[in-house]
Design a binder for this molecule. Structure first.
Ligand SMILES: [Zn+2]
Length: 527
């Protein structure tokens, strides 16, 4: 029953994610959907923070006109002061709009907002700005995970934020009178990822998620009742509305579901109130309800057969799809079908928003950057650029925050993720977090690798079986992770590995001749 399986450990979270990759990918998925009792919404609402209201950062004042004079290396624990202007320079901009990367870019941040962004030549850096040379790193928007549960938890929110996932959308909790006050309290601490919350699912008596999970929802009995209760839900503070359009086919039973009139009435009131509606659906049989209701996003990719015609209709309706492939992989069946469906939806021009259903099933999910979900998106045929778009601009859209977040553009809230390497070439570069900025405040700076760590090649080593000369080079990233490169005689990598992910069979040696690791499951020792 306990879905709390993923502990948060702050700064080290991306390392944990990477180290878990191998074991997760190779461990058998034997859990059965029907056997599992604990789905979503087993909430550990332990926070008892005082009630308070939330305000995002205010808009910037006009910037002062002149040049930067201060240069600060991003190796100390910097914190942007409230009135301090920060300029990120010498980075490659991947701005979340899908535009081509812009080298030698600059981003100027003031009072929590981006005031200018673009080519270094064109961006004015105000006098007195704290200039941060990111040394060729990639500057992206903070990511959003648009489908999580158990988000009302400080340690998880901090783990997400530390990994550069600066916003999460919690897609369902049991009804609780103070749920949005809890959200507001959690938003007061800027170390926490921004929590976007729907509150309870809107459903009908005897419907999902009461069946099959025994979890409570907000039940409505007519279109009028739906308008009244959803209006109240929005008054209470729901950021987005989630409705259940689940008729039960995935569970092999028929359960009551919102009528077309009820669903349409809910969507209408939400849209009138300036927000969006997400629909829970698991199987393609319920997709006509989604179209009929006119919701804005579908909270799961369906894991059964999906017709080209239905894909075309959803694309035409402009409905976003949140794949949650990680859910299906955890369930143990339907994952490959969901990956295939996702690929066809994207090929047909469909819009995808990143979301995993974190903690929505009694299994382990990636906390922090959901790297396995990104890998399955790659497998589905999405490009790295499309994946980044899904995790930024598109995820902001389904959170109803696209005017504030999701891209690096003047006027938007300064949520920024800076990583070493090029995530357009290798999406795993998103794990090489160098800095995270949330609401304009630097909340993470990864220390530079210790200078004592070897960075040069070492040749006085025992020859490696099958290697071309056995030369080993070391590289480091800002997570404190390091790579080991077994090199060919011409200097190219024959193969390489990292502290956390390494290949079978080849023994690895440190420069002083110490054997580090020899097999997949043998932990590497520190250098
Ligand atoms: Zn969910």
């Amino acid at each position: 029953m306990d879905t709390e399986c993923c502990g948060a450990n702050g700064v080290g979270s991306t390392i944990v994610l990477a180290s878990e990759l191998v074991s997760k990918q190779t461990s058998p998925k034997t859990r059965s959907w029907k056997k599992s009792l604990a789905l979503l919404l087993v909430l550990a609402l332990t926070a008892c923070a005082p009630r308070s209201s939330t305000s995002e950062a205010t808009r910037p004042a006009n910037e002062a006109p002149s040049k930067a004079t201060v240069t600060v290396r991003p190796t100390a624990a910097l914190t942007a002061q409230s009135d301090e202007t920060v300029a990120l320079v010498n980075g490659t901009l991947v701005d979340g709009t899908g535009a081509d990367p812009l080298p030698d870019a600059a981003v100027v941040i003031q009072k929590g907002r981006i005031v200018s962004v673009g080519s270094r030549d064109e961006v004015h850096v105000p006098a007195g700005a704290k200039v941060i040379d990111v040394q060729g790193a990639t500057i992206l928007p903070g990511f959003l995970n648009a489908h999580v549960h158990l988000g009302f938890d400080q340690s998880r929110l901090q783990a997400w934020a530390q990994a550069g996932v600066t916003t999460v959308r919690d897609l369902g909790v049991s009804p609780s009178p103070d749920i949005f006050l809890r959200r507001n309290s959690l938003r007061q601490d800027n170390r926490n990822a921004r929590l976007v919350a729907v509150g309870p699912l809107v459903t009908v008596p005897g419907g999902y998620p009461m069946v099959p999970w025994g979890m409570q929802g907000l039940t409505v009995t007519s279109a009028e009742d739906a308008v009244s209760k959803v209006s109240q839900l929005l008054d209470d503070g729901a950021d987005v509305v989630k409705i259940a359009l689940e008729s039960g086919s995935t569970f092999g039973r028929k359960i009551p579901v919102l009528s077309a009139a009820e669903a349409a009435a809910i969507v209408q009131v939400a849209h009138q109130r300036g927000t969006r509606v997400s629909a829970h659906v698991l199987a393609s049989q319920d997709l006509p309800r989604v179209l009929e209701a006119g919701v804005d996003d579908i909270a799961h990719m369906v894991s059964n057969s999906l017709s080209d015609d239905m894909i075309a209709r959803i694309v035409k309706a402009g409905i976003y799809w949140v794949p949650t492939i990680e859910l299906w992989k955890n369930v143990g069946s339907g994952g490959q079908q969901a990956v295939s469906n996702l690929g066809r939806f994207v090929a047909a021009g469909g819009k995808v928003a990143l979301g995993t259903d974190y903690a929505g099933y009694a299994a382990e999910f990636d906390l922090g950057m959901p790297v396995r979900e990104l890998e399955w998106m790659l497998e589905a045929g999405m490009t790295a650029q499309q994946i980044i778009l899904a995790g930024t601009q598109n995820a902001a859209y389904v959170c109803n925050l696209e005017h504030e977040l999701g891209t690096l553009e003047a006027g938007k809230i300064a949520d920024v993720l800076i990583v070493d390497g090029d995530p357009l070439q290798d999406i795993h570069a998103l794990l090489n977090v160098r800095m995270v900025i949330h609401n304009g405040e630097i909340i993470r700076v990864t220390p530079a690798p210790p200078t004592a760590r070897p960075t040069a090649t070492a040749n006085s080593l025992p020859p490696l079986s099958g290697s071309g000369g056995g030369r080993i080079a070391f590289s480091s990233n800002r997570d404190g992770n390091y790579g080991l490169h077994i090199m060919n005689s011409d200097g190219t990598d024959q193969w390489r590995l990292t502290k956390s992910l390494y290949e079978d069979r080849h023994p690895v040696w440190s420069p002083d001749g110490t054997r580090i690791a020899a097999s997949r499951n043998e932990p590497a020792t520190d250098l």
